[in-house]
Design a protein around this ligand. Structure first.
Ligand SMILES: *[C@@H]1O[C@H](CO)[C@@H](O)[C@H](O)[C@H]1NC(C)=O
Ligand SMILES: *[C@@H]1O[C@H](CO)[C@@H](O)[C@H](O)[C@H]1NC(C)=O
Ligand SMILES: *[C@@H]1O[C@H](CO)[C@@H](O)[C@H](O)[C@H]1NC(C)=O
Ligand SMILES: *[C@@H]1O[C@H](CO)[C@@H](O)[C@H](O)[C@H]1NC(C)=O
Length: 230
């Protein structure tokens, strides 16, 4: 369900945005995993620093692994941006932030052939006075590149189907409610009639077993009712 993923992604983004507005807290938002052929795809990789006040050396390495293939280094940021030799050369652009918490890159003019697993490896060396601990983080992005038309048609059809289903279900619910209401009111009517009939039994009659048998015939009960004084 691509639509569902979109919704989940949008809500995560919204939550991140909200947090971002309220305080400039770093949030590790996952990357979108579907790209449209020929477009610019931002491979989002955010690696938050727990201690922003400490300066650090950050080394970023991006890898690409095609289906059934090996990891190939495609991009590196080590003090300076560098595109590595790969089928992506000339199509990659640094899209990170100055504080090196967002270390995203963008793939320009993405093709169907670019589907696969992208890995973003971040190595950080914190520069304390006495020691220099090193932290690493790794993010995987399973990217699927789709053709524009196919994707649009399926999402369009599923949206239409959803609305048709919604209208149909609402109508069905309405019909069912009317049907039930009529059934209930009819049953109530019958119950009331039965109750009147039942109350009518003792009037003018002894408690004889034949009495109940007589009650079964509607013509009889009508006569009985008409005999009743108002
Ligand atoms: C990063 O990507 C956005 C679109 O996703 C673009 O508008 C912006 O210019 C990019 N920044 C850099 C530094 O490439
Ligand atoms: C995008 O890539 C396709 C091949 O994958 C190429 O034919 C086309 O010219 C490229 N478009 C741009 C704007 O670079
Ligand atoms: C598709 O990708 C494979 C491996 O990444 C590469 O060998 C091949 O030349 C690519 N084909 C096209 C049409 O770009
Ligand atoms: C990225 O880093 C992780 C953990 O540091 C490591 O296990 C993995 O092999 C690295 N990926 C690549 C493609 O080097």
């Amino acid at each position: 369900m691509a639509a569902l993923t979109k919704v989940a992604y949008a809500s995560t983004l919204l939550a991140a945005l909200w947090v971002g507005i309220c305080s400039s807290v770093c949030v590790e938002v996952p990357s979108e995993t579907e790209a449209v052929q020929g477009s610019r795809m931002k491979l989002l990789c955010i690696s938050c620093m727990k201690r922003e006040e400490v300066s650090a050396n950050t080394l970023v390495k991006w890898f690409y692994k095609p289906k059934g293939g090996q990891d190939v280094a495609i991009y590196e940021y080590n003090n300076e941006k560098r595109e590595l030799e790969s089928p992506f050369q000339g199509r990659l652009e640094w899209n990170g932030s100055a504080d090196m918490q967002d270390v995203s890159i963008s793939v320009l003019n993405i093709s169907l052939n670019d589907s696969g697993i992208y890995t973003c490896n971040v190595t950080r060396e914190f520069l304390f006075e006495t020691h220099r601990p090193i932290f690493t983080s790794s993010t995987l992005i399973h990217l699927t590149v789709v053709e524009d038309a196919g994707k649009d048609v399926t999402s369009f059809i599923s949206a239409i189907m959803m609305y048709i289903l919604l209208v149909f279900l609402t109508l069905w619910l309405l019909i069912e409610m009317i049907y039930c209401y009529r059934k209930v009111s009819k049953a109530e009517e019958t119950a009331q009639e039965n109750a009147t009939n039942y109350l009518a039994i003792p009037v003018g009659d002894e408690f004889a077993p034949e009495c109940h048998l007589q009650q079964r015939s509607p013509a009889d009960s009508r006569t009985k009712k008409s005999l009743q004084p108002d």
